[in-house]
Write a new protein. Sequence first.
Length: 321
Amino acid sequence: MPNVDMPLSQLQDYKPELTNEADFDLFWDNAKALSNQKPLHAQVNLVQDHPLKSISIYDVVFDGADGTPIHGWYVTPKGEHQPGSLPVLVKYHGYSGNRGYPNELLQWASMGMAALAIDVRGQGGLTPDRAEYPQGGIPGWMTLGILDPASYYYKQVYLDCIRALDFVCSREEVDASRIVVYGGSQGGGLALAAAGLDSRPKLALPVFPFLSHFRRSVEIHASGPYVEIKNWFRRYDPEHRQEEQVYRTLSYFDGMNMASRIKARTLMAITLQDITCPPSTCFAAYNHLAGPKEVRLYHDYGHEGLPFHEEAMMRFIEAYL
């Protein structure tokens, strides 16, 4: 089947210039410093009545940097655990999704790990979004605050992802030197952000990461949320007079720029028929990864479930964690 993007030989060498501004690191250092001043106020409640008997399941809520309550599931293998004995996986979900169900974390607990899955604020879960935006946007979340990185939607989302790392590191049973970040699509982009902005993750497992190489993604995608940015221009700026301002904002959140800061060992999955997160945009991130890396290419798959890749990720964790 022919690729929907460049030929594979070109994809493997595709490494566009980074788009990060000179103050990229300062922007995120300041944001993280302010976040670190805010207590988590974590609430952890054991789920007493659940048919899964081999794991302990906790309903978790902790504060985002702006006070938004972030909901999640946290699971551990059943039984008592010595302090610092469990590696942990943090899972971020796809666009418009939610934290899912505890059974979706079962395979990680079966490997002897703790696992946390959180809602992305304002999307399909229990977590609201208490951030304020200076202007309207297109339905969805991609264009909220898009004219200023300080007010852009994904600023608080990325900080939520880092605070999820703070939460697992606060757990006595967790070994903070053995953290994995994982997600597909939007979740893949959030895994890149968490590993790019924080040195604590040791492994990163992004699957066809969204939020990467924004300009090309908007130009060539054929389905999915990038259309929101096109529709923002149609409604608010048909002559694209603010185009550079928009892409300057997005540069602070681009997975390609995040990847260049990642030292964690990374396993990325890329599907060559993906018209939502086009392969070239995923390779743009992969080829900029600063740490040790591996890629799994699935030639005949698009933006869809990859159940066989679950075992590849489990074996990767087994080998390196």
